[in-house]
Design a protein around this ligand. Structure first.
Ligand code: DQA
Length: 144
């Protein structure tokens, strides 16, 4: 089973970016934990990060026919991007949205997700575990 893992803008700066909000974990460390769990669950993962909305739309579009599901942290585009939402709707792959921080307990603008209505579900507020819980949920959903 092939899963596309997508990290959105500024997540490449984890570790030095707002550690009070996101902790000190780096993206490489998160990816290593995701990969370990992927191996445990027998998944074939492809992990990518981009700061560009267009690149994220392109990679989501290209997932159709190649992947069985998508795990995505759209980061700031969560709150702004109709284009990413439409791309996810268009490919119609099982998708789980994850966030490190609890987007519902921060600034009001963060509690609105353009992505949530077109995905299976959203996991928010558990740091790296949001990704791990999201991957387990996605894998279980697809295997059922
Ligand atoms: C984030 C939450 C977003 O509001 C923010 O713009 C991010 C990261 C998270 O993982 O908590 O860049 O998606």
């Amino acid at each position: 089973m092939k899963i596309l893992v997508v990290h959105g803008p500024n997540l490449n700066l984890l570790g030095i970016r707002e550690p009070d909000v996101y902790g000190k974990v780096t993206l490489a460390e998160i990816n290593s934990e995701i990969s370990d769990l992927g191996n445990e669950l027998g998944l074939d993962l492809h992990i990518m990060q981009s700061n560009s909305e267009g690149d994220l739309v392109d990679i989501i579009q290209s997932a159709q026919g190649l992947y069985n599901g998508i795990l995505i942290n759209p980061a700031a585009y969560t709150h702004t991007s109709v284009a990413i939402r439409d791309a996810l709707s268009a490919v119609a792959l099982p998708t789980v949205e994850v966030h490190l921080s609890n987007i519902h307990s921060r600034e009001e603008f963060r509690s609105r997700s353009f992505i949530a209505p077109v995905v299976l579900g959203q996991i928010s507020g558990f740091g790296t575990d949001s990704y791990l819980l999201g991957l387990r949920a996605l894998s279980q959903h697809i295997k059922k």
